[in-house]
Design a protein around this ligand. Structure first.
Ligand SMILES: CC(C)(COP(=O)(O)OP(=O)(O)OC[C@H]1O[C@@H](n2cnc3c(N)ncnc32)[C@H](O)[C@@H]1OP(=O)(O)O)[C@@H](O)C(=O)NCCC(=O)NCCS
Length: 330
């Protein structure tokens, strides 16, 4: 469904990455993989891994606090907290409620949003609806994931993901600035191309699920690649048409970080020079819901965003879920 949202903008960004670095070279000692293959195919050299005592809410709370400070607000001024995650602390309660308690934002309504790697993009669109309708003034959207907890470190596909969180505060804007358009899609026919089979209501955790390692993710890398390179260019072209923005006007594409080849193909198909595509997978790998807000925070804190700049966001995740958005930085 097409959604045109006006009068909402990003007023602050934040991020948090755990300290521990796990390099490709180290993974070479665990599984049959190699640094050259990983870097050439995925653009990754290393990733961060959360400490034993750090859960998704800890990463999310630190990123959220940074974003609130960057927005010049206090936690009490936040009306709604949305945490996009597919590695929640627990099945209940929501990670958003746990984050609320950690940052002491007790005036906020809190809920989680499940759209895997598209979670932050979906979360920003939900935030914009609340702000645009006047229901809430300041919405904190957090993307926080700890995929190290659902990774089988004895299998070679342990190379893809890293842990991390990013956040943004979304608030009201003048008519001609802020979010110009969103396009979101879901296609449940792709539902099991990335999945964690056990631990939910279909297959509760048991000795058997543990023995069979069914609480780790399973991914069809080829299907992700083929789908991403098909749908990302299409949805980007649609959202540019919706917002009457040309490719030439884009200052930066701040995309999800599924792998360097997917991003290079996407840029080539839409006619965007790759120099305008922001990446950080070299150091952080794919942090799932954390990718876009971590990257946005990096770009913002480097002072690279000026009023009036046109920024494009795009993501694809399990589900399938995918979409894109255009913002005029305010
Ligand atoms: C992962 C990806 C680069 C693999 O490309 P592919 O051509 O489909 O790769 P295949 O699985 O057929 O493997 C081809 C060869 O690559 C090498 N290879 C695959 N995985 C590897 C790994 N982790 N480490 C080292 N080499 C690897 C092997 O040599 C393999 O040959 P083999 O099967 O005979 O051993 C590609 O599918 C991709 O980019 N997928 C997207 C994944 C993604 O973004 N996931 C994040 C979810 S949003």
């Amino acid at each position: 469904m097409k959604q045109l949202v006006r009068q909402a903008k990003i007023i602050g960004t934040g991020s948090y990455l755990p300290e521990k670095i796990v390099t490709n070279k180290y993974l070479e000692t665990l599984v049959e993989t190699n640094d050259t293959w990983i870097y050439e195919n995925l653009g990754i050299r290393e990733r961060r891994v959360a400490a034993k005592e750090e859960a998704s809410s800890d990463l999310g709370a630190k990123a959220g606090r940074n974003a609130i400070e960057n927005a010049g607000l206090t936690p009490e001024e936040i009306d709604l907290i949305i945490v996009a995650t597919s590695t929640p602390d627990r099945l209940a309660p929501s990670t958003a409620c746990i984050v609320q308690d950690k940052i002491k934002a007790y005036n906020a309504v809190c809920f989680d949003l499940a759209a895997v790697c598209s979670g932050f993009l979906y979360g920003m669109s939900v935030a914009c609806q609340y702000v645009a309708s006047g229901v809430y003034d300041n919405v904190l959207v957090i993307g926080a994931d700890t995929f190290s907890r659902i990774t089988d470190w004895e299998r070679r596909d342990c190379v893809f993901f890293g842990d991390g969180a990013g956040a943004a505060v979304i608030s009201h804007a003048e008519d001609s600035e802020g979010f110009l358009a969103f396009r979101l899609y879901s296609d449940g026919r792709g539902k099991y191309n990335f999945t964690v089979p056990a631990g939910g209501s279909e297959m509760p955790a048991s000795k058997e699920t543990i023995d069979k390692k069914l609480h780790y993710y399973q991914m069809n890398g080829k299907a992700v690649y083929e789908t991403a390179t098909k749908v990302l260019p299409t949805v980007i072209k649609e959202v540019l048409a919706d917002s009457k923005i040309t490719v030439e006007q884009i200052k930066f594409l701040i995309p999800h970080q599924p792998g360097i080849r997917i991003l290079k193909d996407t840029a080539r198909i839409i006619g965007l020079p790759f120099s305008k595509v922001m990446t950080n997978m070299e150091h952080y790998a794919n942090t799932s819901a954390g990718t876009i807000p971590i990257l946005l925070d990096e770009v913002n804190r480097k002072g690279l965003l000026n009023k009036g700049d046109i920024i494009l966001f795009a993501a694809i995740g399990s589900g399938w879920t995918y979409g894109a958005s255009v913002i005029k930085w305010a």
